[in-house]
Design a protein around this ligand. Sequence first.
Ligand code: C2E
Ligand code: CA
Ligand code: CA
Ligand code: CA
Length: 279
Amino acid sequence: AKELGRNNYQFFSAEMNDYLFERLQTEQDLRQALKRNEFLLFYQPQIDVKTQRIIGFEALLRWLHPVKGLLGPLTFIDVAEKTSLIIAIGEWVLNQACLQTYQWQQQFNNNWRVSVNLSAMQFNQQLLLEQVGRSLQASGLPAASLELEITETAMLKDIMETIPLLTALKEMGVGLAIDDFGTGYSSLSYLKNFPINTLKIDKSFVDEIVDNPKDAAIARTIVQLAENLGLRTIAEGVETLEQVEMLTTMGCQELQGYYFSKPLPVGEVERLLANGNEL
Ligand code: C2E
Ligand code: CA
Ligand code: CA
Ligand code: CA
């Protein structure tokens, strides 16, 4: 951070300077991390309620930092987004998730799906279509086995761009899920115009679904809304049997959460799949 120079230095308060320094440091580290291949993906199983078996995985980014150890995305994603490094990182995630999932499909003779999170930054880029196309082609993964998780906030950032982009992705055969559904600026009218397949019920509604009738009512309404629109629902953050039972009764088709499994490193997923995908 020396390049900032002495004269600029004095304009910042000490805290501001600490913050900027920390951010610059993280940004430099992130750049290095890509070069040094320090990122990895964990995979969290998604369970089909009907069969009680794994139907897919959500790919979740991790960073094996040389000093700080294994870091979750919440510690670095915002810096990556503010510095546009998320574009390169996001492309790595897409590539990696497609390659890995195709390998598992071949190895275990199955058609598991992989869900990949997109940041709002990636979503605004026309580049995304090329990235997704390249990842599918390079990996051999069928487009139908890839689902992109996009937040409402990202979708609504630039509606004029969103519709053609989503439409093009859908035409490629890629699945589209609204992540953390119900927590953003939910506007029902976009459900009519956006070619999405899946609503992902946010963990915040699942957490107290058993004790709080309002959360239960919201979850039930989301499932019914999805049903009426011909969409699939998946609930995230499912931790207890009671939550499984309630969501199942409501008609939610897929479940994901610690009750079934935490996000797992590749080796552990393979052990699980080799054991006949039994959780
Ligand atoms: P998300 O998309 O809402 O992902 C779900 C988060 O909840 C994950 O945290 C997961 O580990 C955690 N989780 C899953 N089941 C349970 C549960 O039963 N109980 C509890 N307490 N937590 C559960 P994680 O991996 O730390 O990811 C945090 C967020 O970072 C994600 O939230 C997503 O928004 C973002 N993220 C993760 N990977 C990527 C990525 O590759 N690209 C982008 N742009 N964002 C990512
Ligand atoms: Ca997600
Ligand atoms: Ca989510
Ligand atoms: Ca969430």
